[in-house]
Design a protein around this ligand. Structure first.
Ligand SMILES: [Zn+2]
Length: 380
């Protein structure tokens, strides 16, 4: 390996902590070698998927699958990207050229604006201004500037707090269903999603920044079929993709979290104090509407029948008085919302939806036996 030809990036994947690991990579002929810590991951260039990624498409994303799991390697700095491309085997050049093309197009659109903000106003200062003046829209803009890898770190903190508060089920048929439905709904996402079932009776679900999705077993018990669960997952995924959770945390946490994010302090004291509040944070009506719309689009694209989403939220709204599902505190449901969902669904192009391949009642039963501890489950 020629040290001068190696390039740096961040590696995510099986066996690597959620925030990813800093990694060095190089080409060995047609093989890509990525070293994180003492481990070297090698993959043949033929199995690499190459895309422009990240906000403003300023990253190059390489992803591949192995028998051990899926891996994603983000290369961000310009000279690292140049080395990645110059050492690449010839058959990959077209893929790189295509990624570079979309980056250039995006760059032309936003380059001037970012040059200005980058040179004149530093990000920390901008963030401070946003909160000093409580300018929600500026805070939203600032949230867009937080790199996905930092979001993953916030997700880790939320996850650690969640684990301390409740038992998380991370195996078994229902978890497999959540994971597989989730994968269909997040194809091509820049986030590395992690799926969890909380062993809790409340009817609830929440999304943490960076792609941590937690669905309560109490909610799953209320679903009549896998499509209803898919509707909830699609909605939560939309909150992640649109960075609603991140924006919410930033607005609630205000100054301290902002300062931590701005100066890159990941000790977690400031962040930790607010991360635990995530389950209680209420989204704005606009954010909910956006998440419904984006969730429906994802269901449609994934070929999962979307009308069950409206059915389920409608059913919950009817239970509002008797059961007060916790999910309604953070995701307000109403007749108006269900109506809006129905008209959005009616506006979708016609297509056939194959039913999701689950014996739902049977699968749900496996969850209650897992919760009772009759099957092994992973907690903490
Ligand atoms: Zn919501």
């Amino acid at each position: 390996m020629n040290a001068a030809a190696s390039f740096h990036g961040r590696l995510f994947g099986t066996g690597i902590a959620g925030a990813g690991a800093s990694a060095r990579a190089w080409w060995e002929g047609s093989t890509l070698a990525v070293q994180a810590g003492h481990t070297i991951y090698r993959t043949d260039s033929a199995s690499l998927q190459i895309e422009a990624a990240g906000f403003n498409l300023h990253q190059t994303r390489l992803s591949w699958k192995t028998v051990d799991g899926n891996y994603t390697f983000f290369v961000e700095a310009q000279d690292d990207r140049a080395k990645l491309v110059s050492g690449a085997p010839a058959p990959l050049r077209a893929a790189f050229a295509e990624a570079a093309g979309s980056q250039r197009k995006m760059g032309r659109r936003f380059g001037a604006a970012f040059l200005f903000y980058g040179a004149v106003i530093s990000l920390p200062l901008l963030l401070l201004i946003a909160f000093l003046f409580n300018l929600g829209r500026l805070a939203d803009w600032a949230a867009e500037k937080i790199p996905a890898r930092h979001e993953a770190r916030i997700g880790d903190l939320v996850l650690a707090q969640t684990r301390a508060q409740m038992k998380l089920i991370e195996s078994g048929p229902v978890h497999e269903a959540v994971q597989s439905i989730g994968a269909r709904l997040t194809t091509g996402s820049q986030y590395r999603y992690r799926w969890f079932i909380a062993d809790r009776k409340e009817i609830n679900a929440f999304a943490a920044p960076g792609g941590v999705i937690v669905v309560y077993s109490g909610l799953i018990a209320q679903t009549a079929n896998a499509e209803e669960l898919a509707g909830v997952i699609a909605h939560e995924v939309a909150h992640v993709e649109q960075r609603h959770s991140l924006k919410n945390l930033m607005k609630t946490a205000g100054f301290s979290i902002l300062l931590s994010l701005a100066i890159g302090d990941w000790s977690g004291t400031a962040l930790g104090s607010v991360a635990g509040k995530l389950t209680e944070l209420k989204f704005s009506r606009d954010a909910e509407t956006d998440a419904d719309r984006e969730g429906l689009r994802r269901l449609f694209d994934a070929g999962i029948a979307p009308h069950h989403m409206a059915d389920f939220f409608g059913e919950l709204a009817r239970k509002e008085n008797s059961m007060a599902p916790a999910i309604l505190a953070t995701h307000p449901a109403s007749a108006e919302r269900q109506e809006r969902l129905r008209s959005l669904i009616a506006a979708l192009p016609h297509r056939q939806y194959a039913p999701l391949p689950y014996e739902w009642k049977q699968i749900k039963r496996s969850l209650s036996s897992q919760a009772a501890g009759r099957q092994p489950l992973v907690a903490n």
